[in-house]
Design a protein around this ligand. Structure first.
Ligand SMILES: [Zn+2]
Length: 378
């Protein structure tokens, strides 16, 4: 790298670091992902008169967060009515007034966003000028429909910020922690390995990308890099663990946590992986359309903690479209509350889950969580 580009990179890194809210949050503050979310919400409250009037003087509780999300939803609805050709079309003739959305039941007044719409006409969702796009990603996801998503620089930084908070919640703490990233590098144009290694660099953790399918190569890298955390797809980590059984002793390599992503992980698979490496295994969930890293389990393994301020989640009956109460299984529907580039309102994920609306044993008490994700039968 030449000197001017080195200087540019280091300036960009230090600007990026200053903007990261996750940087100053540690395990001693409570659940890092929840604390990160709360610090974003508090900044919003400080900067908005209406929010300040409602919440500026008090400690935020679970109901306040729900009210805050409805406020952000109204704000986003007004924004897409003004800027998104897709939503202008979808809502044409419906006389939609954002101020009518006062309760969660009111959300049913708005039609759902189908994945086909995004696959067919991605740029109809675009709300900013093309010159503001920093990166575009294509993902087939679980439904074999190619969906293209664009993100601004600020949004990419927010994604990295949320990834750091998730890694901290998983237990990464210091520069002595090394994350071994096991995604195959050919997965998609959206490269989760690069996002994760950037997040580790900004947070001050080590990372190593090892995409070999060979178990001996993976273990060699673990030994050489002093790996303490592992992340990869559920099926790959399951296969790797089965192959590793017999020539690594549980706990021998000092692996502290394993994070399984991209595919559902059954409890039987989790048990197998945990018994081989001798450490807890956490599930992570995300979709490219929603920004990749959207939810992750804490060590209590009791549902996924969401990037709370980023999403308003609903679980609906996929046949009737009715919103289901917490605890009832249905299709997960997500609104990306903070996106400016290609926001999605009431987006059907085609994943089945239920909302957990009670505190977690880890101490997170304002967060909503979602239970284990299953694929919807199509
Ligand atoms: Zn928890």
């Amino acid at each position: 790298m030449s000197l001017p580009s080195k200087i540019n990179t280091s300036i960009r890194m230090s600007v990026a670091k200053r903007k990261l809210k996750s940087r100053n949050i540690g395990l001693q503050d409570g659940n890092p992902l929840e604390q990160w979310g709360l610090s974003k919400i508090k900044t919003d409250i400080k900067n908005n008169k209406e929010l300040k009037r409602s919440f500026g003087h008090k400690e935020l509780n679970r109901d306040d967060i729900k009210e805050y999300k409805l406020f952000k939803f109204r704000e986003l609805l007004a924004y897409v009515l003004k800027s998104s050709p897709y939503y202008q079309d979808l809502y044409a003739g419906m006389n939609i007034d954002p101020s009518d959305i006062r309760t969660y039941e009111d959300l049913e007044k708005l039609p759902l966003t189908e994945q086909e719409g995004l696959a067919e006409k991605p740029y109809h969702f675009l709300c900013v000028s093309r010159k503001d796009i920093a990166r575009e990603f294509t993902s087939s996801g679980t439904t074999n429909m190619l969906k293209r998503m664009a993100y601004t620089q600020g949004e990419l930084l927010e994604i990295v910020d949320s990834v750091i908070s998730g890694l901290k919640m998983a237990g990464m703490e210091t520069k002595d922690d090394t994350l071994q990233i096991m995604y195959p590098t050919i997965t998609a144009t959206w490269d989760p390995g690069l996002v994760l290694s950037k997040a580790c660099m900004l947070a001050g953790f080590n990372s190593v990308i090892e995409d070999s399918l060979d178990v001996h190569e993976q273990i060699k890298t673990m030994r050489e890099s002093g790996t303490t955390f592992i992340i990869g797809t559920s099926s790959f980590l399951y296969e790797l663990s089965k192959q590793a059984r017999g020539f690594v002793e549980p706990g021998e390599l000092g692996i502290r946590r394993i994070i399984c992503s991209s595919e559902p992980l059954t409890e039987a698979m989790r048990k197998e992986i945990e018994s081989v490496w001798g450490c807890k295994t956490l599930r992570q969930w995300g979709m490219t359309e929603l920004g990749l890293a959207n939810a992750i389990e804490c060590e209590h393994q009791d549902g996924f903690h969401l990037n709370n301020p980023d999403f308003l989640v609903e679980v609906i009956d996929p046949k009737t479209g009715k919103i289901l109460p917490p605890g009832e299984k249905g299709e997960l529907v997500v609104t990306t509350l903070r996106r400016k580039c290609m926001p999605l309102i009431r987006y059907r994920t085609r994943d089945i889950t239920s909302v957990i609306d009670e505190p977690c044993s880890c101490g997170a008490c304002v967060d909503q969580r979602i239970s284990g994700i299953e694929r919807m039968e199509l």
